[in-house]
Design a protein around this ligand. Structure first.
Ligand code: TXA
Ligand code: MG
Length: 336
């Protein structure tokens, strides 16, 4: 669908994005996780505009995205040694680290906290823009507050509507769910939000299995109602998913199914599977929720993947989305 706010990833487009950001406007751009709604992290008015566009309370802090080879001490101080090791291992990539902020970081970015969330995204478009800009980009996911994060440029326009001026199209996001957020308690690492880097991968670097303590996040992503589609979500284990979906079909509902391994559910309107691959499951998750909404399905039956690897983050998003869909009142949340 042609839309002149959506531009490609050519050199000219990157230049336009950088000029737009320097002028204090916001630009939606791809990362490897989800699309972000970016503002120059050193421009308070630009950062405030991000909150307006998202409809997000302004005491919710944003992640600052940094380019390759950036000097961490420009942004954070008293950085634990273990954080340096995590950065060396996972950056660029889907890991966000919450560190004590340097005094120069804007209150608009941190929501007044004394910490700042930092990550180097693994996407050529984001990295080219960051390199040309030379600073940091404060960017939440480019969706309306409380909705499913966008994984294509089209999703951004569908979610933010006329509010967004420029969207750089870098294709579908490879990872498809948000970054893992970690914080530090001295040298101890804790996970505030599971995401694209698995707990096992972190454990391999630090030598022990981390705790997941979402209650520590002052974070929309930690509220039960976040990541919600409009369709009613029903979560089942691998042994149960086919029987359950079949019962729903027999009851006359318009049913979608998302499973880890291929399944057959005769009469289901749409059936997706992840070919047994957890990374593909994560990649498909939000796209399937959106398509289920677009098709006006009554129910999306989803297989809960094992609680390991990327499955930890997938289950986290599914459980939050299911809570919301149970409380769901279509008129109230139809804010795409
Ligand atoms: O993959 C991602 O992380 C994507 C892409 C665009 O980078 N971004 C993203 O941003 O998911 P957002 O704003 O939707 O979620 C960021 C989360 C929020 O839950 C926020 O509260 C938390 O990070 N956060 C940011 N700064 C924090 C801080 N100083 N302390 C604790 N949590 C923080
Ligand atoms: Mg978000």
């Amino acid at each position: 669908r042609p839309d002149d706010r959506v531009i490609d990833d050519s050199h000219r487009s990157i230049d336009l994005a950088v000029t737009t950001l320097r002028a204090g406007s916001v630009v939606a751009l791809p990362t490897e996780t989800v699309y972000g709604l970016a503002a120059d992290a050193s421009n308070p008015a630009a950062v405030r505009r991000v909150f307006e566009l998202k409809g997000r309370p302004c005491d919710h802090p944003l992640i600052v995205h940094l380019g390759l080879g950036v000097n961490l001490s420009d942004w954070a101080r008293r950085i634990p040694e273990v954080a340096i090791r995590l950065a060396e291992t996972f950056w660029p990539g889907p890991l966000t680290m919450v560190l004590e902020r340097s005094p120069s970081v804007l209150d608009e970015v941190t929501g007044g906290l004394d910490t700042v969330a930092l990550r180097v995204p693994h996407h050529t478009v984001a990295l080219r823009i960051l390199k040309a800009l030379g600073g940091g980009l404060a960017a939440p996911s480019a969706n309306r507050f409380g909705r499913v994060s966008p994984t294509t440029a089209y999703d951004v326009v569908a979610s933010l509507g006329v509010g967004v001026d420029l969207v750089v199209d870098g294709g579908p996001c490879r990872v498809g769910i948000e970054s893992t957020i970690v914080a530090f308690d001295g040298q101890e690492v804790v996970i505030l939000r599971p995401g694209g880097v698995s707990p096992e991968a972190i454990a391999r670097v630090i030598g022990y299995r981390t705790r997941i303590v979402p209650e520590l996040v002052r974070a929309p992503g930690s509220m039960a109602s976040h990541y919600a589609p409009a369709v009613s979500l029903e979560l089942r284990g691998a042994s149960d998913i086919v029987d359950h979906a079949t019962r729903l079909v027999v009851d006359g509902r318009r049913v979608g199914v998302l499973s880890l391994a291929p399944v057959r559910v005769p009469g289901a309107t749409l059936v997706w599977d992840a070919e047994g691959d957890m990374a593909l499951f994560a990649h498909l998750l939000y796209a399937v929720m959106r398509q289920a909404d677009a098709e006006g399905l009554d129910v999306l039956a989803v297989e809960l993947p094992p609680d390991e690897g990327l499955g930890v983050a997938i289950r986290d998003r599914l459980c939050r989305a299911a809570v919301r869909s149970q409380q769901h009142d279509k008129e109230v949340v139809d804010d795409h």
